[in-house]
Design a protein around this ligand. Structure first.
Ligand code: AMP
Length: 605
């Protein structure tokens, strides 16, 4: 039961499997924990707390709930060549670089070969779930735009790379269901092309060439799909000319990618090129997805969490096709799936699959006297937290997810806040609410308030020689165009004049690039390598703008005494209010420095 196999062709069998897993969620969770403890009781980590003993109660009493800082020393030791058994009985085959960062560098999560089977199990379940809701998906193809990212080797030779890169490069991905029947428009060679521009061009080319057969389109996150649309906007004449002549552009130099695309292009097709060209010429690009891929039934992209900001733009381009968020996963482990994929994005809930990991939940709303289950315990900082099991969460309440994985993480706080919306049998269903501490996110970047403050503090030093002070700031992610970018509203006080519009634009542009250079490596990668984030912008507002913001927040019920300027604003009204007071807009003119993070820290550790 812990690791059943799922045949994606077998609708009935898969449905029964989901029913069994969810109906027996308590028992499955207990089995998962037993298995993890039995396997790993001899690891240095668990032995330090349990001294070879097992059992759920002891586990909960002795093993602390931790964050990355407590795990990092072990990860650093693995990176430097110490044996896997410090945390895991099974060999740690690689480290997965998460979009969460620690000290500016990506967090790294341990993984094992066996975990790829667990991921495959979850991916396989998505197919019958979708087939239950949408008919005829086997009558055509899926255009999934998927990309790999750079990887590095740790000082001891362990590979460190993002979780999806690891999966796409695995044999599990190559042998994914139906792949050998060419049901996806992107050849594996194009997905695995390390040059992201060549990869994007080739995948779109193949998707356009096979447009008549495409029944669904997608990417992992909404931001990546919209980036593809933007790329198409910039490159459609060249894509059409490739289709017209039946030859791939010369700058596609990746040999295996070129060959694979050539096999799909086959011969000149002027008729198809004409049709695509005439659609692309028609402005605005409303419903372009439906126009270019007319048989498409839905757009498969995650639009929950920070990706919800892209819904309006996706609706515009897709012409109202259903937006489907199928799964909830992370580098730590894959968590669960959406059992009602056609629900509106605002209603999407994920059912955590009880065999993926041992799940616990820290109560994240005000604790009251309701519910006697769970234990109150002290975390490593001495704060009291209340932790409950998967099956004991209550509908309507908020929790932070804690996982114990098969790969060496024990009672690890993922940082996601979830709300329980209901149950499927005994397994709770969760709406993703937000990520703890994150204030700004455009793509996979996750900037928290503290990092933003540090970056602003550094940048505002540049104002000092001008006799100018930063008195207030706030921010928002402007995703009204692609790529989205960070916008900071700054209120300045100048000694010489009260009119900040005389601000030196070169200095302000330097402030923008200084902020970017201080943000973490995931931001800098998205901005400099992936170009999935546009230049950071500072909008200087008139004096008094932030007083007006305060008045507005107070009018909505904030207490005047306790009012603190929000460092990130989301409400349209609040943004509009500041927008009306903007006296100058400045953009970063430099790309921040980025290189695949160094392992210097690990070496030192
Ligand atoms: P990473 O560690 O970089 O793989 O990022 C994993 C994080 O992405 C999760 O912990 C969530 O915060 C976010 N995430 C993943 N899947 C979803 C989803 N379906 N909806 C909202 N946020 C998600």
């Amino acid at each position: 039961m812990v690791m059943p196999s799922c045949d994606p062709n077998d609708l009935e069998g898969s449905t029964r499997l989901i029913e069994d897993l969810t109906a027996n969620a308590r028992q499955v969770q207990q089995q998962v924990l037993n298995e993890i403890l039995t396997r790993n009781q001899g690891t240095e980590y668990l032995h330090g707390f349990l001294r070879g003993r097992k059992g759920r109660d002891l586990f909960k009493k002795k093993v602390p709930v931790v964050e990355y800082d407590q795990v990092k020393p072990y990860i650093d030791r693995l990176a430097n060549g110490e044996p896997s058994r410090i945390i895991s009985a099974q060999p740690i085959s690689e480290l997965l670089t998460s979009s969460g960062t620690s000290g500016g560098q990506p967090k790294m999560m341990p993984s094992t070969d066996e975990e790829l089977d667990r991921k495959t199990f979850l991916y396989n379940l998505l197919i019958p779930v979708m087939n239950q809701y949408v008919d005829g998906l086997d009558q055509g193809k899926g255009m999934y735009l998927l990309f790999i990212k750079p990887e590095i080797s740790t000082p001891a030779g362990l590979t460190a790379r993002p979780v999806l890169t690891s999966y796409y490069k695995s044999r599990h991905f190559r042998s994914r269901p139906f792949n050998r029947f060419n049901v996806y428009t992107s050849p594996d060679e194009a997905i695995l092309c390390p040059d992201s521009k060549q990869s994007m061009f080739c995948q779109l080319l193949c998707g356009l060439r096979q447009r008549d057969q495409v029944l669904r389109v997608g990417a992992v996150f909404a931001s990546a799909f919209l980036r593809a649309i933007k790329f198409l906007e910039d490159h459609w004449p060249e894509l059409c000319s490739n289709i017209r002549t039946g030859t791939v552009s010369d700058w596609i130099t990746d040999a295996s990618c070129r060959d694979a695309v050539g096999r799909i292009l086959r011969e000149p097709n002027a008729e198809l090129a004409d049709v695509i060209e005439s659609e692309c010429r028609r402005e605005p690009w409303e419903a372009i997805v439906k126009r270019l891929w007319p048989r498409t039934k839905y757009v498969d992209v995650i639009v929950t969490g920070s990706m919800a900001q892209y819904i309006p733009l996706l609706e515009f381009y897709s012409g109202g096709l259903p937006l489907v968020s199928t799964m909830y996963a992370s580098s730590e482990c894959y968590f669960g799936i959406n059992l009602r994929p056609l629900d509106l994005p605002s209603d999407v809930s994920y059912t955590l699959l009880p065999n993926m990991a041992y799940f616990e939940f820290i109560e994240a709303d005000k604790t009251d006297d309701r519910g006697e289950t769970g234990s109150v315990e002290c975390n490593y900082t001495g704060d009291l937290i209340k932790v409950v099991d998967l099956v004991d969460v209550e509908v309507g309440r908020y929790y932070e997810l804690v996982v114990t994985t098969f790969t060496g993480l024990y009672r690890y706080r993922v940082g996601d806040i979830l709300k329980v919306t209901g149950f499927h049998n005994a397994a709770p269903q969760f709406r993703f609410v937000h990520r703890r501490n994150v204030v700004l996110s455009v793509d996979t970047d996750k900037t928290n308030e503290e990092d933003l403050l540090k970056a602003v503090t550094q940048a505002k030093l540049l104002l000092e020689p001008l006799g100018c002070l930063l008195t207030e700031y706030t921010s928002y992610a402007d995703t009204s165009s692609i790529p989205g970018h960070y916008v900071l509203f700054w209120e300045l006080k100048t000694k010489a004049s009260s009119d900040p519009s005389h601000i030196d634009s070169a200095v302000m542009e330097d402030c923008c690039s200084t902020i970017e250079s201080c943000l973490d490596s995931v931001y800098r990668r998205c901005r400099s390598r992936d170009r999935s984030i546009g230049p950071l912008e500072i909008r200087v507002v008139r004096r008094g703008a932030f007083d007006a913001l305060m008045d507005y927040c107070v009018s909505l019920g904030s207490s005047v005494n306790q009012y603190k300027t929000p460092r990130c604003i989301q409400s349209r009204e609040a943004i509009q209010l500041l927008e009306e007071k903007v006296v100058g807009k400045f953009f970063s003119r430099k790309l921040p420095f980025w290189e695949p993070y160094t392992m210097m820290e690990a070496k030192a550790g």
